[in-house]
Design a protein around this ligand. Sequence first.
Ligand code: ADP
Length: 327
Amino acid sequence: MAHKVTKIGVLTSGGDSPGMNAAIRAVVRTGLFHGLEVFGIMRGYQGMVEDDIIKMESRSVANIIQRGGTILKTARSKEFFEHEGRKKAYANLQKRGIDGLVIIGGDGSFRGAQKFSAEFDIPCVGLPGTIDKDMAGTDVTIGFDTAVNTAVQAIDKIRDTMDAHDRVFIVEVMGRDAGYIALHSGIATGAENILIPETKTDIEAIIHGLTEKEKRKKLVNLIVVAEGEEFGGGNEVAKVIRQRMPNADVRVTVLGHIQRGGAPTCEDRVVASHMGYYAVESLLLGRRNVMVGVINNKIHYTPLEKAVKEKHKIGTEWIKIQKILAS
Ligand code: ADP
């Protein structure tokens, strides 16, 4: 029988994503509702190692649901990779009697959680906080919707100026080695080409299409490129096109970190609230070392081990649909 948790810690770790605050709020308030003591661990695992831990009350999370970033801050922790660092971290939890953890982060953070709970027998529940949306075991991640909407708004603006001149515009979006932000923002903005790491880029076909347009004197073309795409991003793709088409006016915009910031969308706030609530419920039910996800609008638990090993796969159907709609 799993022991009943009485004091829980919550932390945000790795890359930040909009909606993390909404998740923290849900964890804190659900915990307090059940009579638990709740602690906020600052700067991810680093705060756990350095004993930067604060008591959370209901008011500690007032007025944060609409804010981007994370009030608990986030960090990458070198010390937590080492057993010694994790030992220190555990001692700091023990000191306060913290007997359950909610980790809001990406797959790296879950790898850390898995190691930690295997060594020190502390139940950990993960919430997928990543704009990349590539976690297995969930249809949605906290932050993706905001990031992709930010990308869409920016690309819409770029399209206006692209149409005014005759230009090839390349927009690089984030996503690390996943193409979700590129695919979704590209579809939503009617991009002619979308280059993602999950599929092989047929650069010859792209150049052929652009050359045909150039001949017709209508060289307006939007290419959305994922940062992890095989050529190495938007600037690299531009280099190839410029070499082959010296007369083309090719402009590159790298959207960068604006995609991580800003007020979370309604969708991200709701997803984060839903997952945050179930993170605490699942700890109370004795679940351990699982990630809380949502599949077909229902809460779904995936062992952390599986969540970090597998990636959410982009449906190939979407790639076909995009090609037809942009032709
Ligand atoms: P994300 O969670 O966004 O993927 P990272 O990959 O940077 O971010 O991981 C966040 C932190 O999780 C790391 O800085 C480290 O402290 C911890 N971590 C990641 N992988 C491991 C691991 N294999 N063992 C122990 N800790 C890890």
